[in-house]
Design a protein around this ligand. Structure first.
Ligand code: SF4
Length: 169
């Protein structure tokens, strides 16, 4: 059975990516950013273990209302080995995927041999990357906490071999 350590779930949200989206918060993060808003979720044991089939069912119960699913945390890439299976199932339902990560896209691409990283990044449409930097935080930033973080169109970036910023308008 494929199980994820889940810190939280929102059936629908407008602030965690473009359009109405389900949001899955994954437990566990090593980044330890100063000013982290989700400190409790840094703990790899926080929350509960949930089978990916159960999460998928809950997501499907919100279709066709939602446009996609957002993975947040915590650090979703720490559970990539199981999370990619959920991501692939979500994609097969025709939903798009946003993912928040403290890693940069460049770092992820340099470490594709980490378990599940290649599979997970290949399923993500939009990546909001980089650690939260308190001194670069601003309230008016859409879909991100600090200005160093980038909202990246992953498919275009991989196709062009160049970071392509996603147009949020
Ligand atoms: S990456 Fe996110 S969850 Fe992890 S420490 Fe930084 S702000 Fe907190």
């Amino acid at each position: 059975m494929d199980v994820l350590q889940v810190a939280g779930f929102l059936d629908n949200s407008l602030v965690n990516g473009k359009g109405l989206r389900a949001v899955l918060f994954l437990s566990g993060c090593h980044h330890n950013c100063k000013g982290c808003h989700n400190k409790a979720m840094q703990d790899f044991c926080y929350g509960e273990k949930v089978c990916i089939q159960e999460i998928l069912l809950r997501i499907k119960n919100n279709m066709p209302l939602i446009k996609g699913v957002t993975f947040s945390g915590g650090e979703p890439f720490e559970q990539a080995d199981t999370l990619y299976k959920l991501a692939w199932a979500v994609k097969s339902e025709g939903l798009n995927i946003w993912c928040y990560t403290g890693y940069t896209l460049e770092y992820i691409l340099d470490n594709l041999n980490n378990k599940g990283w290649r599979e997970l990044i290949s399923s993500i449409d939009v990546l909001v990357d980089g650690r939260f930097e308190e001194e670069k935080a601003a309230k008016d930033l859409r879909y991100r906490g600090s200005s160093n973080q980038r909202i990246i169109d992953v498919k275009e970036s991989l196709k062009n071999n160049n970071i392509t910023i996603y147009n949020v308008d």
